[in-house]
Design a protein around this ligand. Structure first.
Ligand code: PAF
Length: 256
C-alpha cells in the first residue's frame, strides 16, 4: 500500500493504476462504516484509494476541530488489511496552496438542516471534496448515507460542474443497538453512549417531526433539527453535558 503525502506521489500512483479507480474520502478515525465503503470500492473497482484528512475548513467551531479523534497509525493498519492500494494523507499546505481563497459554495440546500446550524460547513466540505476528486480522478467515489445532506450536495456539485465521476451512496452502518457509526462516537462519555441509540429509536417511532422533537427534548437531547424531506426523516442532536457534548446526526426512511 502506497502512503502518499505529496501530490507527486499521488499522481505517480494514479498514473500507474489501470482500470476503474474507486475513492473513499475520510477524516480518519475509521470505523465499520468506512470499512463498508472501502469494501464496496474493492468489490466494484480495480483499485482503491482512500484519503485521510481532517479538513479544517469544514469545522465552524475550533473546539470541535481540536477534539476530532485522530488514530492515524491504526487507520493505516486497517486500510492495509482491507487491501487498499493508496492512502492520500495531505497537509493543509498541500491541499490549500490558495489558503482557501477559492471556495465551492452552494447557495440553497446547504443553508438548511445541518448548514443552518453550522454556517459555512458545506462550503468547506464541497471545496475539499472537489480538490480531492480533481487530484485522485476516481471513476467512482463512495459516501455514506448517514451524512445524507452531504451526499446530496456532493452529487449535485458533480452534476453542476460536469465532473466525470460516479457518486455512490452506501447504507448507514449501525452498532448492534442501532446507533449510526460515526468517528465522533469515540468522544461519547459512557452514560451518553448508552443514551445515544435512543436518538435513532425516536426518529423511527415518532408520529411526526414535531413529535420527534418533543420526545428527543424529553429524553435529554438538545435538538438542532428534525425534518422530513421526500420520505426521509433527518435529524441532528447533541448529547451530554455542555463541556463535552457530542453532536449526532442520523436519518431514516419512513414507511409510507
Ligand atoms: O464525511 C466526511 O468524513 C467528510 O465530510 C469528507 C467527505 C471526508 C470531507 O472532508
Amino acid at each position: 500500500m502506497i502512503v502518499a503525502s505529496a501530490l507527486d506521489e499521488l499522481r505517480i500512483w494514479r498514473h500507474g493504476s489501470d482500470g476503474d479507480v474507486g475513492f473513499v474520502p475520510t477524516m480518519g478515525a475509521l470505523h465499520k462504516g468506512h470499512v463498508s465503503l472501502v469494501q464496496q470500492s474493492r468489490a466494484t473497482c480495480d483499485s482503491t484509494a482512500v484519503s485521510i484528512y481532517i479538513n479544517p475548513t469544514q469545522f465552524d467551531n475550533a473546539d470541535d476541530l481540536a477534539s476530532y479523534p485522530e488514530t492515524l497509525q491504526k487507520d493505516l493498519d486497517t486500510l492495509e488489511g482491507l487491501g487498499v492500494d493508496c492512502v492520500f494523507v495531505p497537509t493543509y499546505e498541500v491541499l490549500y496552496p490558495d489558503d482557501f481563497a477559492y471556495q465551492v459554495e452552494e447557495r440553497g440546500f446547504s443553508n438548511t438542516l445541518c448548514g443552518a446550524h453550522r454556517p459555512s460547513h458545506f462550503t468547506g466540505v464541497l471545496t475539499v471534496v472537489m480538490k480531492l476528486l480533481n487530484l485522485v480522478r476516481p471513476d467512482k467515489a463512495f459516501f455514506g448515507e448517514k451524512d445524507f445532506q452531504q451526499l446530496t450536495l456532493i452529487r449535485n456539485m458533480v452534476d453542476a460542474f460536469f465532473m466525470d465521476v460516479e457518486i455512490v451512496g452506501c447504507p448507514t452502518v449501525r452498532e448492534p443497538d442501532g446507533l449510526a457509526m460515526s468517528s465522533r462516537n469515540l468522544n461519547l462519555a459512557p452514560a451518553d453512549r448508552q443514551q445515544a441509540p435512543i436518538f435513532r429509536e425516536i426518529l423511527e417511532k415518532a408520529t411526526s417531526d414535531d413529535d420527534a422533537r418533543r420526545q428527543l427534548g424529553e429524553a435529554g437531547f438538545v435538538v438542532d433539527y428534525v425534518e422530513t424531506i421526500e420520505g426521509r426523516r433527518l435529524g441532528a442532536v447533541s448529547v451530554g453535558a455542555a463541556d463535552r457534548s457530542v453532536r449526532l446526526i442520523d436519518n431514516i426512511t419512513l414507511e409510507l
